[in-house]
Design a protein around this ligand. Structure first.
Ligand code: NAP
Length: 439
């Protein structure tokens, strides 16, 4: 392929971490004879994806990656088109025609279902709704969350389950200096929940938590964290029988052992992690009242069910068992993600991030992953198109939030936050966000 002095039009759909790292990979791949004009489309009037609406408010350090995103956005070959929805304001077909390359960085926003009786009861929520609710996502402001019971159950043994459990279990005053949604903070301050139980279906040795997040649990000031020492001892025995043990697993077990043995503060707020418990039914009269679990055991490294069941009385269940991609016209979803080979979807369409590989990995995982896809894209480039790009596609009068408008929204939120001693106060109203962008 000859790319002598060629400039290609790239459109990235989705302004989350995978989208930004893809833009960065294109920026880094530029040479004197190869350049890219990058347009990023985002459905919301705000960029940053999960860094804004997924990362827990009490984990501000993780959000500092937004500084990298803003640096990428300041490059002269980058344009932001937020408040533009794929399938509504622009079609994939049109984008494919107008651009040399279309990159889908649309994530996986649909929460997976347990598929058990009672899952549809009131106050049985998916983390896919609960997390954006407390993170001020405009679409989730009205999620009905009832925190009137004393106990909450969180299903899943991954970092999202841990985020959800922590937010429910900590003293809400600890969220005062954060960017948690104002409506959520009000509710959390009125919450009666004092016990939060995370339930994983397999053993501690199979948990999807990561060690830094587990270590953070031991540091909670107003919440005692419990893990059954016997479950950890058994897990250690199982690990000893393994031929090879990964460092991450050793670190996880160490962190869980420390939690199990940690001296308790004997405070009212409790967070428990229970393993080997598969939810089989959610019971309740119109609303969640109880979750029934089957007890499991580990036999020859495999998790098998026992005949024993137990139940937990609770008024709130949050399911955090992973996510699937939403459907887009012209794209096939397979196993919850966009069907692709190493990021290639078809013709000039590619996928990156969770849309490509499913909901795995931390934010930084997207950096190398996006670079690999961009390398493949560059290998596949043909002659650049002489088309107009997105401006040919949007209806006249469509209000785009561009980088300048976003910077106005950003500044306004940060200023409101400064007054209140918070990093920002997020605006949750879509129309108001657009107004802030105009100001
Ligand atoms: P995850 O890490 O894949 O964990 C999902 C959990 O759900 C697993 O424990 C899984 O158990 C369980 N599960 C799946 N289906 C189930 C079912 N039918 N019944 C009961 N349990 C079920 O997913 P995640 O927590 O959504 O996190 C997604 C990614 O984001 C992960 O890579 C995570 O590390 C990352 N993340 C990172 C941070 C951070 O760094 N602070 C914060 C949040 C998320 P099995 O293993 O038995 O399938």
């Amino acid at each position: 392929m000859s790319t002598n002095g060629k400039s290609y039009k790239i459109v990235i759909i989705g302004a989350g971490p995978a989208g930004y790292f893809t833009a960065q990979a294109f920026q880094k791949a530029q040479r004197s004879d190869l350049s890219f004009a990058i347009d990023m489309i985002e459905r919301l009037p705000t960029p940053w994806g999960l860094v804004r609406s997924g990362v827990a408010p009490d984990h501000p350090k993780i959000k500092t990656v937004s500084k990298v995103f803003e640096k990428i956005a300041k490059e002269p070959n980058f344009r932001l088109f937020a408040n533009v929805e794929l399938g509504k304001d622009v079609s994939l077909k049109d984008l494919r025609n107008q651009y040399d390359v279309v990159v889908l960085a649309t994530g996986t926003s649909r929460g997976r279902k347990l598929g058990i009786p009672g899952e549809e009861l009131k106050n049985s929520l998916s983390a896919a709704d609960f997390v954006p609710w407390y993170n001020a996502h405009p679409d989730f402001v009205d999620v009905e969350v009832d925190l009137s019971s004393d106990t909450a159950v969180v299903i899943g043994a991954g970092n999202v389950a841990m985020d959800v459990a922590r937010i429910l279990a900590i003293d809400p005053a600890e969220l005062d200096p954060t960017d948690v949604a104002e409506h959520a903070l009000v509710k959390l301050k009125q919450s009666n929940i004092r016990t939060v139980i995370i339930c994983g279906r397999r053993g501690p040795e199979h948990a999807a938590f990561t060690a830094p997040e587990l270590r953070d649990l031991a540091k909670l000031e107003n919440t005692d964290v419990y893990i059954d020492s016997k479950q950890i001892e058994d897990a250690i025995k199982h690990i000893e029988e393994m031929d090879e043990v990964e460092k991450d697993l050793r670190n996880n077990i160490e962190a869980m052992k420390a939690i199990a043995g940690h001296e308790k503060k004997e405070v009212a707020r409790k967070l428990e992690i229970k393993f080997l418990s598969t939810p089989i039914e959610i019971k309740g009269n119109g609303k969640v009242q109880e979750v029934v679990f089957q007890k499991n055991k580990v036999e020859s490294g495999k998790v098998v069910p026992t005949n024993e069941t137990f139940s937990i009385k609770t008024g709130l269940v949050v399911t955090a068992i992973g996510y699937d991609s939403v459907k887009h016209q012209g794209v096939t979803i397979k196993s919850g993600r966009i069907k692709n080979i190493a990021g290639h979807v078809e013709h000039n369409v590619y996928a990156v991030g969770w849309a490509k590989r499913g909901p795995t990995g931390v934010i930084g995982t997207n950096k190398s992953d996006s670079t690999d896809v961009v390398d493949l894209i560059i290998e596949n480039l043909k002659e650049p198109k002489t088309s107009e790009g997105i401006t040919a596609l949007l209806k006249s009068g469509h209000e785009v939030i561009d980088q300048t408008a976003w910077e106005k929204i950003n500044a306004s939120e940060v200023i409101s936050g400064e007054i209140a001693g918070k990093p920002r106060i997020k605006e949750v109203d879509w129309k108001q966000l657009i107004c802030l962008g105009r100001s």
